[in-house]
Ligand binder design. Structure first.
Ligand code: F6R
Length: 382
């Protein structure tokens, strides 16, 4: 069943190229070419006009890792499709009624499709809008790999992420697949609303099409070095800090969550620019800092935030591209290298070395990676 892998989590990390390939095959319209000014969408997610027409606002509810995918989604929906988007923890949303905005799309993101809080958040959203003017009615979309789940049934539409069932409790391939789901949605909406040029849409699609082989490159070239690095953190390390900015801040959050879930090492993530507003007080030579420093609009900012951490003697680990590795080498003690990539698609690559790092730290510690203490794969109680 584990096909030679020691744990399901590792097997699922290695399934990611195939999962991304399958989602691209399912949703990307191969005949679409920007310069032919096509009159149909670059992606086929099958959303009906009543889901997407006149959209003024998108609200996303999710928990845990799915909430992190939603944060990447927010960035895409705002920056690519130009639609104001909010992201809430489902457990908060259900008890914190918000002013009702018309023409709102509500998205539930969930790997299991059975998370009690996410179900309740979506159901309460439907219920409170049902007696209002039709433009206020709920439009519910599920992003999930479980097409037969409760969430899929209560929503009007679903994007099936093609990840299949995940067995390791720590979500890996489902996160990457959910994030891909947001790229498809953002591209579809961007096209319909002409929020960005067809040329830009084409560039993003091209970037996505490189992802499977780029993840393979990370798995082929980095896995051993990351395992080696993991040995440094298996004895005395009690705390980790992860930093990132922009579209990669959610990747810092996800790196920290993976680490705490399976290695039981305390980890926090901050937007890199927030460090000086408090968390930097935690730093010394016992607290490693992982900086997600992908080239792009905030690269220089992340590097200078990382240097501030280094000045406090923190061991600094950078996730960056090969091209930047030499320059980054002056800043970072260790580098987890990922292939060259457009910033907009970089989260899908940047998360992979962090999954591998958490995996090895936990595995070397001899912990039950697939079934961490106190956690369940499907949280069906409040
Ligand atoms: C993280 C993890 C949890 C889940 C969360 C939501 O590795 O497994 O944080 O992401 O419980 O679960 P789903 O996606 O099933 O709604």
């Amino acid at each position: 069943e584990k096909q030679g892998f020691r744990h399901y989590m590792l097997k699922e990390i290695y399934e990611q190229p195939a999962v991304v390939r399958s989602s691209l095959d399912t949703y990307i319209n191969l005949n679409w070419h920007a310069d032919e000014n096509p009159d149909y969408s670059p992606v086929n997610i099958g959303l009906t006009p009543d889901m997407t027409d006149n959209l003024e606002h998108i609200q996303i509810v999710a928990c845990g890792t799915s909430w992190h995918a939603a944060l990447v989604g927010k960035y895409l929906l705002e920056q690519v499709a130009g639609i104001p988007t909010t992201v809430d923890y489902a457990s908060e949303f259900r008890y914190s009624p918000k002013p009702v905005i018309p023409n709102t799309l509500t998205i539930g993101v969930t790997q299991s499709g059975e998370t009690a809080d996410t179900i309740a958040a979506l159901e309460s959203e439907r219920a409170r809008r049902v007696n209002l003017d039709p433009k206020y009615h709920a439009r519910l979309l599920a992003i999930t790999n479980r097409a037969e789940s409760t969430i899929a049934q209560i929503c009007d539409c679903i994007i099936d992420t093609q990840a299949g069932i995940e067995i390791g409790v720590a979500a890996t391939k489902t996160f990457v697949a959910q994030t891909m789901g947001f790229y498809f949605l953002a591209l579809d909406l961007a096209y319909r609303r002409q929020a960005v040029s067809n040329q830009r849409i084409s560039e993003i699609v091209e970037g996505l099409r490189q992802i499977p082989s780029q993840i393979e490159t990370i798995l082929d070239t980095q896995a051993d070095a990351i395992e080696e690095l993991a040995h440094h953190f298996t004895n005395e390390t009690e705390d980790f800090i992860f930093i990132g900015r922009g579209i990669n801040f959610p990747i810092a959050l996800e790196g920290a969550l993976k680490l705490k879930e399976i290695s039981y090492i305390h980890a926090e993530a901050y937007p890199a620019g927030e460090m000086k507003h408090g968390p930097i007080a935690l730093l010394d030579n016992k607290v490693p800092v992982v900086a997600v420093a992908m080239p792009g609009s905030v690269y220089d900012k992340v590097i200078s935030n990382a240097q501030e951490a280094k000045a406090r003697d923190a061991r600094l680990i950078g996730v960056t591209t090969a091209m930047n590795a030499t320059e980054a080498g002056h800043t970072f003690d260790d580098i987890l290298t990922v292939p060259e990539v457009d910033e907009i698609v970089s989260p899908v690559l940047a998360v992979v070395p962090l999954q591998i790092l958490s995996y090895h730290i936990a595995a070397i510690k001899g912990l039950d990676v697939d079934q961490p203490r106190n956690l369940a794969k499907s949280v069906t109680v409040e």
